[in-house]
Design a protein around this ligand. Structure first.
Ligand code: GLY
Length: 278
């Protein structure tokens, strides 16, 4: 991402934050607010989720998304979905079913059953991702993801996390990263916190990065908990970014990826920031 894109990304994350906050003010719970923030980011073509997702080796988008309710430890996720514009809404439908994760064709069929319309896979392809894909193929390089996520604590103390991604540019068809795996890219648990991850999925998954951060909140500050999780990812050779809200409402984020845009709001404070990684 060039610096010229920073301002518009900050506008994007701030808009998602404000929409989630408005819902909370109207009495919605944390899960609904987290899903709405991620749905808006999926519709924003500058992020690697929904419209604007990274393209796989065959030149189309395969989407992963997950939601987790910290109150019930309910988890719903979809992986390698090609024809759903807002996979986070489908992940929510999975949470409200007997399953945890549905993939590919089966996830698409489930979307139709739940009334989510099919989109033309070409609707998800933007000019920018097409250029990145062409360049990545030329260089035969992997590029890091620009996954989106939201973590929310509502007034009733409920914690929720939602994450959505197009994965990594030029990824192998059928490759699934950390996003839809509980405790890898998405995690929420009452009394601990809610965490959402971006970055190189294989490493985040092996390190169980989101769970690792939430579980170490007991004896660490939120910032230290995130650092400990990213250190574990780094020891495996990967990089990532994490956002977190804990059960006390403290927010934190940390990354070892090159850039990450964040927007936050608490009763006392709000802001948006683009951070360059360590
Ligand atoms: N973190 C997104 C992915 O690796 O698929």
């Amino acid at each position: 991402m060039g610096r010229e894109d920073w301002t518009s990304r900050l506008v994007g994350v701030s808009r998602a934050r404000d929409a989630a906050w408005r819902l909370l003010e109207q009495g919605a719970d944390a899960l609904r607010a987290a899903v709405e923030a991620v749905r808006l980011l999926e519709d924003d073509p500058q992020f690697n989720a929904g419209v604007g997702s990274a393209l796989n080796r065959d030149g189309f988008a395969e989407l992963d998304a997950a939601v987790m309710d910290g109150e019930t430890l309910g988890f719903g996720a979809v992986a390698a979905v090609r024809d759903v514009k807002n996979p986070v809404l489908l992940a929510l439908e999975v949470l409200n079913s007997e399953h945890v994760l549905l993939a590919g064709e089966g996830a698409s069929r489930f979307a139709r059953e739940r009334g989510l319309p099919a989109c033309d896979p070409r609707e998800l392809v933007t000019e920018r991702q097409l250029e990145r894909w062409t360049a990545a193929r030329r260089r035969a390089l992997e590029e890091r993801s620009g996954t989106v996520g939201a973590v929310v604590l509502d007034a009733g103390g409920r914690l929720a996390a939602a994450t959505s991604t197009g994965g990594m540019v030029d990824q192998r068809v059928g490759r699934v990263g950390d996003t839809p795996l509980p405790g890898a890219g998405t995690y929420a648990e009452a009394g601990l916190g809610a965490v959402s991850a971006t970055g190189h999925g294989e490493f985040l998954a092996r390190a169980l990065a989101s769970y690792r951060a939430a579980a170490s909140l007991g004896d660490r500050s939120p910032q230290e908990a995130l650092r400990a999780a990213l250190d574990a990812v780094g020891r495996l050779g990967g990089s990532g970014g994490l956002i977190l809200v804990d059960a006390r409402g403290r927010v934190a984020w940390a990354q070892t990826t090159p850039e990450m845009s964040v927007a936050w709001r608490t009763p006392a404070d709000e802001g948006a920031q683009m951070r360059e990684g360590a």
